[in-house]
Design a protein around this ligand. Sequence first.
Ligand SMILES: Cc1cc2nc3c(=O)[nH]c(=O)nc-3n(C[C@H](O)[C@H](O)[C@H](O)COP(=O)(O)OP(=O)(O)OC[C@H]3O[C@@H](n4cnc5c(N)ncnc54)[C@H](O)[C@@H]3O)c2cc1C
Length: 390
Amino acid sequence: MHSLDATNFLTDDEIELQRMARRFMDNEVAAATPEMEATGTLPMDLMREMGSLGLLGTFFPEKYGGGGFTITSRAIVSEEMARVNAGLDISIFADIVLFARAIARHGTEEQKQKYLVPVLRGEKIGSMAITEPKGGSDALSARSHARQDGSDYIVDGHKIFITNAPVADFILVIVRTEGKDREINGGTWFIIERGADGLTTSQPFDKLGMKSSPTGEVFIDSVRVPAENILGEVNRGFHYLMESLDVERVLEGASNIGIAQACLDASAQYAQERVVFGKPISQYQLIQEKIADMAMGIELSRTMLYRLMRAVERDEVVTREASILKLYSSKMAVQASSDAVQIYGGNGYMEEYPVARFYRDAKHHEIGAGTTEIQKIIIARETLKHYGRT
Ligand SMILES: Cc1cc2nc3c(=O)[nH]c(=O)nc-3n(C[C@H](O)[C@H](O)[C@H](O)COP(=O)(O)OP(=O)(O)OC[C@H]3O[C@@H](n4cnc5c(N)ncnc54)[C@H](O)[C@@H]3O)c2cc1C
């Protein structure tokens, strides 16, 4: 039972979606999570079930198998998903928010039928590869490149830390097709299918957290890609990337809130049951302080999240606010998970209890989709613009 949730911000249909997502996560995903964490794979039966229930394609047009909701629906589902399994949530984020949304925004009708429809059904998995060994924060310095050969392109490159790469059927890869290092013009997106000659992906990395989500490398060795697999316009790829970052950062707020909500739910229950010095530890003010901090952080983040989601629906530019939410909510979730481990004491350090997983998972969101430092740079730059300085 949540004392607080997003209900105040939602329409009746959205509340219904939230309830359905919550039921599914509690009834189906919670039980599957230990196995997913141990194997680091995405169970395809679970993916297909989410697809058929409409939990993947909530905000896509119905003609492609989507639910016809606004993009706020993804925040609703993400909160519920991350509350139970944040690793699954980042895999769905890569599959749906990164891959499928890019196809829906920039793809041809043929590409939508071929790539979007099966991904929304949960039959195929998508992935988006930007980060390279020499450039994560500095995405415009991509070394991967492509040259034209007749109507095809020959693509060469190496991508790292790519969510879903070890299992993805379709990988959307950005490479330089023109221009100099750090130039915004000259990037192009290619959709490369598993099985293409010269494409290999690594085994999943062994990583700190988000263990349910397979993360790997993509090696692209002179892969011949037909022109019909170019997404959008040639040389406009970095523009598309920059245009989508704000929404991705706002949506990462939902995942942070889900993790923090899980910490609060677990901590509040444990603190009332655990008796030390003759009293439940929830009666000690030092424990209450941690509960209060979690409640405050969740409430503030959630209020901002849904305000920004409605602004995104209206196509408003939210660059500064997206970075504020991403930075604040990721720090908040890391602190909440640390406090949850502390409230559980020795039990918190044991894998038998879920808070150790929350602690490991939360850290990812201070790094992925732009690090904390990069968010600070954006917040300062965008704020100073209001004062006429850069
Ligand atoms: C689990 C996981 C999943 C991921 N999934 C994907 C994915 O699906 N697709 C994808 O493309 N990428 C993915 N990434 C990569 C992620 O986006 C990058 O790790 C992130 O952008 C940071 O890049 P980097 O690791 O190269 O760090 P670097 O860019 O090398 O940064 C190292 C440190 O330097 C700091 N720094 C950099 N520049 C500055 C500066 N100007 N001022 C101050 N500090 C600075 C950074 O904040 C960071 O602390 C994933 C990463 C992880 C861990």
